[in-house]
Design a protein around this ligand. Structure first.
Ligand code: ZN
Ligand code: ZN
Length: 362
C-alpha cells in the first residue's frame, strides 16, 4: 500500500511543523520540553514503524476486506452520514479496548510499551510508536467488518482517530474547560503517560474520554505527572527500543520456575509474577524519584547522530513514497534500522570512531 493510501505518512510534514511550533512556544515561555537525544530516539521509532509497517499494512487491510466480503452481516451505505457517525464511535470504542488490552496483557504490552518509554512528554513522543504493534491492533477492528462498515470508511476513520491523538501529546496546553468532559485532551493523556502509581493503566481513550468513564479506567490529572515506565529502557537506540520489551518478557519467563506459569505469563497483566519467581537484577525497576536517563554525548557525536538520523529518515521517506522497491526496499529497510541503532549508540556517547571522544556521564 503506497503513501497515497496512508494519510499518516502524508501528515509527516505537518507533524514536523507542529513540533517546530511546540519548540518555539516552549522557548518563549522559558520551559524546556525537548531533549535532542530523547526526541531523536522517539522519531527513530516512528521511522521504523512506518518502514516496517509498509508490508504489514497491506496485509491487515486485505484481512479486513476479506472478513467484510465473507462475513459482513450487512453492507452499511458509505454515503450515509449515519454510517460515518456510527463508524466514528465504533472505531473509537474498538481503539479503547485495543489500547486497554495492550496495557493489561503482557505480550501486547511488549509491543505497545515502546510508546511509553520516554521520560518526556511532547509531540515527538506521539510519534514514538512500536514497529510490531500494527501486527496486533488490526484484530480489534475486525468486528466492524462483520457489522458491515465498508473498508474505506473504516480505514479513513481509523486514520483520523490516529491523527487526532498527535496533538494531545503536549505539556503546553493545561486544561480545555468543558471539552475535558467528552474529549481525550492533553491533560487526560498526560495521565496515561504517567508512572505515578495512581496514573498507571488509566485513560486509554483515543478521541473520546467517555469510554474510560464508562468502563472505570478514568483518572483526572491532579498530582504533577512523572512520565515513563516502571521498568525503564535506558537507551536511545530505536531498534533496541522495539526488541528490549521482548528480551524483558523472555527474561521474566526464564525466571519463572513452572512450565504452565511460563505460558500463562504471556497473557497475564504486566507486573504479575508466578509464585517462586526469581527476583530480577537490582535496578530493574525505576524509583519514582530516579533522574531521567540522560547520558552526555559530546558535540561531534551529537552532530553525527543528527546527520545520520536525517539521512536515514530521507531514505525512509523514499521507501514510503514507493521510490525504492523489491530487493532494494529490503536492503533499505536493513540500512535504516542499522543507521537508527547507530544514532542511539552515538547519542549514548558510546561510539568508537576516530576524532570523537567517548564521553558518557552516568
Ligand atoms: Zn498506552
Ligand atoms: Zn500517548
Amino acid at each position: 500500500m503506497g503513501s497515497k493510501l496512508n494519510p499518516i505518512a502524508l501528515a509527516i510534514p505537518f507533524f514536523f511543523l507542529l513540533i517546530g511550533v511546540e519548540v518555539w512556544v516552549a522557548r518563549r515561555r522559558g520551559v524546556r520540553v525537548y531533549r535532542l537525544n530523547d526526541a531523536l530516539a522517539d522519531l527513530g521509532t516512528g521511522v521504523l514503524q512506518q518502514v516496517f509497517g509498509l508490508a504489514l499494512r497491506a496485509f491487515t487491510a486485505a484481512a479486513y476486506v476479506a472478513v467484510f466480503d465473507r462475513f459482513a452481516l450487512t453492507a452499511l451505505p458509505p454515503d450515509s452520514v449515519l454510517t460515518w457517525v456510527a463508524c466514528f464511535l465504533s472505531v473509537d470504542c474498538c481503539y479503547y479496548w485495543f489500547h486497554r488490552a495492550s496495557h493489561e496483557v503482557n505480550f501486547l504490552w511488549a509491543a505497545h510499551v515502546v510508546h511509553h518509554q520516554s521520560d518526556e512528554y511532547n509531540l515527538a513522543v506521539a510519534l514514538r510508536q512500536s514497529a510490531l504493534q500494527p501486527g496486533f491492533s488490526w484484530v480489534f477492528y475486525l468486528p466492524l467488518a462483520i457489522l458491515g462498515f465498508p473498508p474505506l470508511v473504516t480505514f479513513v476513520v481509523i486514520a483520523f482517530n490516529t491523527l487526532y491523538q498527535f496533538w494531545i501529546h503536549t505539556r503546553l496546553i493545561s486544561r480545555m474547560g468543558f471539552l475535558e468532559a467528552v474529549l481525550n485532551t492533553p491533560s487526560h493523556h498526560r495521565v496515561h503517560h504517567g508512572r505515578n502509581p495512581q496514573y498507571i493503566d488509566r485513560n486509554h481513550a483515543g478521541m473520546l474520554i467517555i469510554w474510560d468513564k464508562l468502563f472505570g479506567t478514568f483518572e483526572p490529572e491532579v498530582e504533577p505527572v512523572i512520565y515513563g515506565i516502571t521498568r525503564p529502557l535506558r537507551s536511545w537506540n530505536a531498534l533496541w527500543a522495539n526488541l528490549h520489551p521482548w528480551k524483558d518478557l523472555i527474561g521474566q519467563v526464564r525466571r519463572t520456575p513452572r512450565v504452565l506459569d511460563k505460558i500463562k505469563l504471556w497473557f497475564m497483566r504486566p507486573g504479575w509474577s508466578a509464585p517462586e519467581t526469581i527476583a530480577p537484577e537490582p535496578g530493574y525497576y525505576a524509583a519514582l524519584d530516579d533522574p531521567s536517563f540522560d547520558p552526555t554525548a559530546d558535540r561531534p557525536s551529537r552532530w553525527l547522530a543528527t546527520t545520520v538520523f536525517v539521512l536515514a529518515t530521507a531514505l525512509a521517506l523514499c521507501l514510503i513514497a514507493g521510490l525504492v522497491e523489491g530487493v532494494w526496499a529490503g536492503i533499505a529497510g536493513v540500512l535504516i534500522a542499522a543507521a537508527l541503532a547507530g544514532v542511539g549508540v552515538l547519542l549514548e556517547g558510546r561510539a568508537r570512531l576516530p576524532g570523537l571522544s567517548f564521553r558518557r556521564e552516568p
